[in-house]
Design a protein around this ligand. Structure first.
Ligand code: API
Length: 279
């Protein structure tokens, strides 16, 4: 199987051009290639597929083989892939995902895509749609949750995939390996959850660490940065536009209230091309 290793702010995936490759059991292949010792090493696998509704279609799989509906860093990298490899010459493209069709605007320098702005769509707060269960609440905003004997306050947002946003005093002090899985598998999230731990630096800046559903701690999460920026705005901690410092880089997130949509702008980077024999 031919592949390209790419990342957005260090959130790395194995990208497969499914115009040329056929993958019978993508969940199993994702698990194999993601292994950092016995495989290629990545947070998961992303398939770039034809679409009858948009220019391209994304299918994303976590490193544990589970399928995710949406991936913010992934759609930016697909934009770079399809432009740089000549699958399109358009600088505004649409990508179909399991969370709807996203529009992306590409910045091209010296013939290559460097930067991508994505219309990520509306944040979803309805608990049943996330899905998240908290008493009879329709929306879960700044609610106490006890994890590992400690009380945290959580705000739940879907960006097409489920997120729990937790504001903390310092993200550096967290033992994510210990608390991450407890949030991910908490009884309030029937489909598990991606958890963002957020330190508010000032009204324009957030610092974030993430424990992703199906992948563990990753260096960045685009949908998570959007969910966190919206949660920070809802909780009156920031304005509508913030810079999010993630472990592997920065993303600019802007909530457009009039359109009720979130714009995410960030880098997309190719690491290398390769070929792997699948077991
Ligand atoms: N890293 C991705 C999100 C992956 C989400 C996945 N872990 C799930 O929802 O199961 C991003 O940049 O948005």
């Amino acid at each position: 199987m031919k592949f390209t290793k790419m990342h957005g702010c260090g959130n790395d995936y194995v990208y497969v051009n499914c115009f040329n490759e056929t993958i019978d059991d993508p969940g199993k292949v994702a698990k194999f290639v993601s292994d950092r010792h016995f495989g290629i090493g990545s947070d998961g696998m992303i398939c770039i597929c034809p679409s009858d509704k948009a220019d391209f279609r994304m299918a994303m799989y976590n490193s544990d083989g589970s399928e995710g509906a949406m991936c913010g860093n992934g759609v930016r990298c697909i934009a770079k892939y399809v432009y740089d490899y000549g699958l399109t010459d358009k600088t505004t493209i649409t990508i179909e995902t399991k969370a709807g069709i996203k529009e992306l605007k590409l910045t091209v320098e010296d013939g290559k895509v460097t930067w991508v702005r994505v219309d990520m769509g509306a944040p979803i707060m309805e608990a049943s749609e996330i899905p998240a269960i908290y008493d009879e609440l329709d929306e879960i905003i700044d609610q106490p949750v006890i994890v590992d004997g400690k009380e945290y306050k959580i705000t739940c947002v879907s960006m097409g995939n489920p997120h729990g946003v937790v504001f903390v005093d310092s993200v550096d002090d967290l033992d994510l390996e210990k608390i991450g899985p407890k949030f991910e598998n908490h009884a309030m999230f029937p489909d598990r959850v991606n958890t963002e731990f957020i330190e508010v630096i000032d009204e324009n800046t957030l610092k974030m660490r993430v424990w992703e559903r199906g992948a563990g701690e990753t260096l960045a999460c685009g949908t998570g940065a959007c969910a966190s920026a919206y949660a920070a705005y809802l909780n009156h901690k920031t304005g509508k536009k913030v810079l999010v410092h993630l472990t592997g880089g920065d993303l600019q997130i802007e909530y457009d209230e009039e359109k009720n949509t979130i714009f995410m702008t960030g880098p997309a980077t190719k690491v290398f091309d390769g070929e792997i024999e699948l077991p």
